[in-house]
Design a protein around this ligand. Sequence first.
Ligand code: 8IG
Length: 276
Amino acid sequence: MSHAESPLDDPGTDPFAVAARAAQQLAAATGVPRHDIALTLGSGWGGAADLLGETVATVPAGEIEGFTESGVVGHSGTLRSLRLPNGQHALVIGARTHFYEGRGVRRVVHSVRTAAATGARVMVLTNGAGGIKRHWTPGTPVLISDHINLTAASPLEGPTFVDLTDLYSSRLRDIARSVDPALDEGVYVQFRGPHYETPAEVRMAETLGGSIVGMSTALEAIAARHAGMEVLGLSLITNLAAGIQTEPLSHAEVLAAGRAAESTLARLLTEIVHRL
Ligand code: 8IG
């Protein structure tokens, strides 16, 4: 995996200036000056991109400043501009940088900051994750109601005291439940990864009030809120968390569960986005 240089790696660089330039480059590459909504499509959620609307342009992520093509199988490595049926423009981010890649938290949240700089007011963050609730069988989508950030990192630097009450907008969760009243919700616990949790860590997460375990989203949600966006978070439960299920976890199984759920998730997410 290549570790391309990025101006974000220089601590003297203003990450918001890089995001502003990335937004200008996206506008030039797509011909779409502003986007209204942005979506990061994690494991299992990629199919939604084809259903949400008409693709106006697809840009390889590596062509935009601060982005790297994702090294994780199951992530597309592109930025796509879509026109929704209501005429709004959606930016679909298929290139997520994970904290566990070790490139720093600025890289992790750059896509969110770029989305905000394109004008997006709503950030939809999706992921594949492990479930702590025993009745969440693999393939179950759940709303994120709140998070616990166990990365010991923040995307914010300096005395930036951002309120995170209602971070995962109850208004947007209500809209999602108007599409599927059976959608359950839970507290997402972001671990650093890339290893999965031990059973003891999963018990800890449960004791702390968590019900979903993953390796993304929380840091991105913080950056989105800081940028003034409203956040909707959705997890696809691809596996029961370690120790909740007795078999060892495998990335292949995670991908298989994602693929199996993909068309259902695409329809669900499309209906939700069309009501936002
Ligand atoms: I997919 O069980 C997926 N991502 N931390 N734990 C963590 N991340 C995950 C898991 C899981 N499943």
